[in-house]
Design a protein around this ligand. Structure first.
Ligand code: UDP
Length: 372
């Protein structure tokens, strides 16, 4: 008999397993895929760690989380500085003095501020005319934050491709993830700490699961009864609606189709991430994996990302954070509260647009509560 059956070997499950094992708990981790690590998993091809389930860049403001991951693996100094390509025009991201210079030709923060304020004022007036004082959706929020020029060229179509919904039907908080700065600084994140594990993410997962019993290619739903009998408590990191056989209805997710390509050249796009913010390009971004680790190989691997609505049988990547889905999720949470021996965690278990550090922080707070 195990103390914990941990369903899913992604960052949440692996972090919980690490601490539970340290506390002397007997843990079994099961994983449906052939490999551990969830969407962090990388495949090393010709010396390049290819992020098989989308690019992952670790960044955090939490000293505790940063210390913890660094106790397991060393991180490199990668700083995410993506470019945006709009109809062949290149812009720096996030929105900073470089972007403002490229967009408007302005050179000083005062000039940029003046442009921004003009456009922000216009957005505010428009909202006031409609009797609204706080942004009701992503479009209103973006217009207030950054104005219409940047919204139209760098946000609107990218966001609509990413989420498959109109910006007016998406929550405002999604766009608040992006910094707006009046300095020439292309660091995509404001967080104090950032990097990629030296040697790739698999090292991190391998360290977390080093002494833990793991069964790969074991699908919980195919062996549910037998597996349930193996442990006192379950930590479930899959889709919460699937756990309950979708009985209250289907939560919506976005999935991503990845088109991976080997190119016989050493450097394709000069940085790891280029976003295609124009509607006519069907993919949202191209990832060139070697740049995450400053690769010097004579070849390169790039991946185009095509987001689309998730269907049964596909991998779920992003929860859709609109009101309808959050209402349904709340109903599932109520249902979860009626059973005592199952803990739900992670991006899918908690139906949250979590970054990796938040997943670890959430697992750490579970550890404190559960293993105190
Ligand atoms: N976003 C955008 N243009 C960009 C990059 C991001 O409009 O070039 C918006 C988009 O709405 C996206 C959100 O910002 O969903 C968050 O972007 P982030 O890069 O954090 O998304 P992730 O890497 O998690 O897919």
């Amino acid at each position: 008999m195990y103390d914990y059956l941990i369903i899913g070997s992604g960052l949440f499950g692996a972090t919980f397993a690490y601490f539970a094992h340290q506390k002397g708990k007997r843990c079994l981790v099961i994983e449906a895929r052939k490999h551990c690590g969830g969407n962090l998993y990388c495949e090393k091809i010709e010396g390049i760690n290819v992020h098989k389930y989308g690019a992952h860049i670790f960044h955090t403001n939490s000293q505790r989380v940063w210390k913890f991951v660094n106790s397991l693996v060393e991180f490199n100094r990668y700083t995410n500085s993506p470019m945006a390509n709009y109809q062949g025009e290149l812009y720096n991201l996030p929105f900073n003095m470089n972007t403002f210079h490229q967009m408007w030709g302005v050179k000083t923060p005062e000039e940029a501020m003046q442009r921004l304020n003009e456009q922000r004022k216009e957005a505010l007036l428009h909202m006031q005319e409609m009797g609204v004082d706080t942004p009701r959706n992503l479009e209103e929020q973006a217009l207030l934050l950054i104005g219409k020029d940047i919204y139209e060229k760098l946000i609107k179509s990218y966001t609509e491709k990413q989420w498959g919904r109109k910006c007016t039907d998406l929550p405002a908080f999604i766009i608040r993830r992006l910094p707006v700065r009046l300095v020439y600084d292309n660091n995509y994140f404001n967080d104090a700490y950032q990097g990629i594990p030296k040697g790739g993410y698999n090292q991190l997962i391998n360290q977390l699961l080093k002494d833990v019993e793991v069964r790969t290619e074991t699908n919980y739903f195919e062996h549910r009864q037998a597996l349930d009998g193996l442990a006192k408590t379950k930590v479930f990191t899959g889709k919460i609606d699937e756990y309950f056989d979708y009985r209250l209805g289907y939560l919506q997710y976005r999935t991503v189709k990845f088109e991976e390509e080997h190119l016989p050249k050493s450097n394709y796009q000069g940085c790891a991430v280029v976003n295609y913010t124009d509607r006519t390009v069907p993919y949202t971004r191209i990832i060139e994996h070697k740049h995450f680790e400053f690769g010097t190989q004579p070849v390169t691997y790039v991946t185009k990302e095509y987001p689309k609505d998730w269907k049964i049988g596909e991998e779920a990547y992003y929860p859709v954070n609109d009101v309808k889905n959050l209402d349904l999720y709340t109903k599932y949470v109520k249902k979860a509260e009626t059973i005592s021996n199952v803990i739900f965690g992670g991006r899918l278990g908690e139906y949250k647009y979590y970054d990796m550090d938040k997943v670890i922080a959430s697992a750490l707070s579970l550890v404190e509560k559960e293993l105190a």
